[in-house]
Structure formats: structure tokens, C-alpha cells
Write a protein that binds this ligand. Structure first.
Ligand SMILES: NC(=O)c1ccc[n+]([C@@H]2O[C@H](COP(=O)([O-])OP(=O)(O)OC[C@H]3O[C@@H](n4cnc5c(N)ncnc54)[C@H](OP(=O)(O)O)[C@@H]3O)[C@@H](O)[C@H]2O)c1
Length: 380
């Protein structure tokens, strides 16, 4: 029996995790749920899964949830509630699928409590990858990623000598604006940026995919998860999203992991690891797919990718600053306050204003994150 605490249960990854758990049968059980404000969906999940504990973002959501489900299940609130769910005694696996930096404290708490963590939430690894990896090594549990690219690499690396890896090749669909020039992007709006061609995801990651910041965050995520210098992590556009990533070894062999773009495959891999279980999802038919194509990314039209490499090379507090500035810039773009190209401009301005410090402890990283959020609000 694998008992799971699910952070971000009402989101894109959260709902798909529940779908996978249902398809896996009685051996997998969700024992605690954390969500934000979607109390309607959380109430339905509580009726389905009967968790022993849930958490919501604020008091208003707690009140609204009590109106729907009553008081028999404890309902925790806010950041403390996320920590309670992440460390609930009966869960051995924590699926981390809230968005952004919000997921960092519960991931650290879960690791400190000796849990196995499956992170979908990539921003915590960008902010504090070194701390997370050190904790994970200490508690002796594998950190099996849910992000499809990192799951692909994890699968390609199984049984291989880490010293034999030459480079990691992260594939990217290219998002809705692949092939557009910088000039074309000057006038694109929120609806176009949210129209991802191959993946259906939450709004923040969908905007990050349209700027290629998502790939930049993934480069840094890969650097920590797989312990390679960032210059051994390359990005390759692959519009069909069938190859989820590749590993090139020193003898020139390249291994790839393939499937249709369906997050339930990497979610299931992380839940059942180290075993593989039968899945009800459709099997890859390469003859029907027909063509797999590739092209290099355009660093000029999509400057966020270059900013992420720069942040990774500088290290210290700069990745945390870049991530926080990007979270604010994406929110401001979604609210209609910034134009599309101003997302990258805001991130770059804040990165230039920052004096990089060593990222030796959590307090320093969180202070840099808070500073960058204020600075990004002020960029006009
Ligand atoms: N979606 C994908 O296919 C995909 C793929 C790879 C990686 N990821 C990563 O996985 C993470 C989640 O992405 P997503 O697309 O699933 O996001 P999403 O659909 O926006 O879901 C976010 C989840 O976080 C919850 N949340 C928001 N604010 C909260 C708060 N203050 N307290 C507690 N919970 C809160 C939301 O709850 P409410 O909705 O109830 O407010 C929701 O359950 C991101 O880091 C993303 O980069 C996603």
C-alpha cells in the first residue's frame, strides 16, 4: 500500500494524479489533500477519496468548504496547512503540485520528515535545488520527478553510470509562438499565450511555456536533479511533444523516452517507482504520428531561456531572484498590466538590479525571493 499526500489537488497535475491513483486500484490511497480556493472541486475530491486531513489557502475557503462537507474532516489553513499535509504521519509519498515558490517549504518539510517526494512543482528546485538535493540524499529516498522532461531523463539514466553522461537534451514543444520573431510577439495577448498547442496545464506554466521560461526553469531543475553543469543541459524544440527528453552518453549513444503528451504517464511512473504498472492509457502509435521534427530554440525571440542559463551559471541567489521576478511578471501579464515582451524585460531588469549572494541557507534565498517580488512589482 502506498499512501499519498497530494499538494495542489485541484490543479492540472493534482486532478491527473487522482485519476492515476483511481486507475491503479486499492494499492494506492490519497490520505491528505491541499488545495487553494477551489472548494467545489475539493469537496468533490473529499467525497471520493475520504482523506483524513485537508488544507485550503485561507479562512474564507475553509468556511466555504465547511458549508459543503461539514466539520468531520480537519481543515487546515494557509502555508501552515500545506506543511501539515506535507508531513501527515500516514503518508509515505508526497506529490508536490502547487504552483511556484509556495511549494518550497512543504517540500523541505516533507523531506525532513523522511517522506519520499515526487515534485511536479519545479520552482522550488530552481530556488533551492542544492538544499533540496542535500536533504533528499540525507533521507535516502529517491526524488522521482513528475515534470515530463525530467521523468524522461530519469528513466533514460536508470542503471547507467552518471560519469558516462555527456549531455542532457531537454525537448520543448516551442509553445504557441514557435517560429515567431520578436517583432511578431510585440502585440500578442493573454488568450493567445494561454493557447498551448500540445499540453493542457495551469495558467502559470502555460505562460512560461509561451515565453520559454518554462524550459529555462527546467534547465535549472535538471542541473540539480541530475548533478550536471548547466552547460551540459541543452534544449531542442520538438513540436510534436512525443520525445520527452534525451540523454547523450560519452560513447555517442542517445537514449530517448517517448509517449503521447499526457502527464499521467510521468505521474504514474513517480507513484509506482521503482515498479512499472499496467496503464489504461492509449499506446504510442509512431506510424500514426508519422513525423518527429526538431529545431534549435530562438534565444533572440525568447530571451527568458538565455536569462535562465545566465542565472544558472551565476548561481547563488540569482535563480531565486529570476524565478520570483518571473512569477510576478506572469501574474502582471495575466492581469493585463504588462505586455508579453515585458515579462522578459521585467525579469532581466530585476536580475540586473540584484547583487548575487551565495545561496548557503534558506533564509538568504527567501530574502532574495521577497526582494525580487517587490522589485518586479515596481518595474514599469
Ligand atoms: N500542468 C502540467 O502539465 C505540469 C507539467 C509539468 C510540471 N508542472 C508543474 O507543476 C506545478 C503545478 O502546475 P499545474 O499546472 O498543476 O498548476 P495549476 O493547475 O494552476 O494548480 C495549482 C494548484 O495549487 C493550488 N494552490 C494555489 N494557491 C494555493 C495556496 N495558496 N495554498 C494551497 N494551494 C494552492 C491550486 O488550488 P486552487 O485551484 O484550489 O486555488 C491548485 O490545486 C507547477 O510548478 C508546474 O510548473 C505542471
Amino acid at each position: 500500500m502506498t499512501r499519498i499526500a497530494l499538494l495542489g489537488s485541484t490543479g492540472s497535475i493534482g486532478t491527473q494524479t487522482i485519476d492515476v491513483v483511481q486507475s491503479l486500484g486499492d494499492e494506492y490511497q490519497v490520505v491528505a489533500l491541499a488545495a487553494g480556493r477551489n472548494v467545489e472541486l475539493l469537496a468533490a475530491q473529499m467525497r471520493l477519496l475520504r482523506p483524513e486531513l485537508v488544507a485550503v489557502a485561507d479562512e474564507a475557503s475553509r468556511t466555504a468548504l465547511i458549508e459543503r462537507v461539514g466539520r468531520s474532516t480537519p481543515i487546515e489553513v494557509g502555508p501552515a496547512g500545506l506543511l501539515t499535509v506535507a508531513t501527515v504521519a500516514r503518508a509515505e509519498l508526497v506529490v508536490a503540485a502547487v504552483t511556484g515558490a509556495l511549494g518550497l517549504p512543504p517540500i523541505l518539510a516533507a523531506l525532513q520528515a523522511g517522506k519520499r517526494v515526487a515534485p511536479a512543482n519545479k520552482e522550488p528546485l530552481v530556488i533551492a535545488g542544492e538544499l533540496i538535493m542535500a536533504l533528499s540524499r540525507r533521507n535516502g529516498q529517491p526524488l522521482v520527478p513528475i515534470d515530463s522532461e525530467h521523468s524522461a531523463i530519469y528513466q533514460c539514466l536508470r542503471g547507467e553510470d552518471p560519469a558516462s553522461v555527456a549531455r542532457l537534451i531537454l525537448t520543448a514543444s516551442g509553445g504557441p509562438f514557435r517560429g515567431k520573431t520578436r517583432a511578431d510577439l510585440a502585440a500578442v495577448g493573454v488568450a493567445e499565450a494561454l493557447a498551448h498547442p500540445t499540453w493542457k496545464m495551469g495558467p502559470k506554466i502555460t505562460i512560461d511555456s509561451s515565453t520559454l521560461m518554462n524550459k529555462g526553469l527546467e534547465v535549472i531543475e535538471a542541473r540539480w536533479l541530475f548533478g550536471l553543469p548547466v552547460d551540459q543541459v541543452d534544449v531542442l524544440l520538438h513540436p510534436q511533444s512525443i520525445i520527452h527528453s534525451m540523454v547523450e552518453f560519452r560513447d555517442g549513444s542517445v537514449l530517448a523516452q517517448m509517449d503521447y503528451p499526457d502527464m499521467r504517464t510521468p505521474i504514474q511512473f513517480a507513484l509506482t517507482f521503482p515498479a512499472r504498472q499496467v496503464s489504461p492509457r492509449r499506446r504510442l502509435d509512431l506510424a500514426a504520428v508519422g513525423q518527429l521534427t526538431f529545431e534549435p530554440p530562438d534565444f533572440d525571440a525568447f530571451p527568458c531561456l538565455g536569462l535562465a542559463y545566465a542565472a544558472a551559471r551565476a548561481g547563488g541567489t540569482l535563480p531565486a531572484v529570476m524565478n520570483a521576478a518571473n512569477e510576478v511578471a506572469v501574474d502582471r501579464f495575466l492581469a493585463g498590466e504588462l505586455r508579453f515582451l515585458q515579462i522578459a524585460e521585467t525579469v532581466e531588469t530585476v536580475m540586473h538590479q540584484h547583487e548575487v549572494q551565495a545561496a548557503s541557507d534558506l533564509a538568504t534565498l527567501l530574502a532574495a525571493d521577497a526582494w525580487a517580488r517587490r522589485a518586479a512589482q515596481e518595474v514599469s
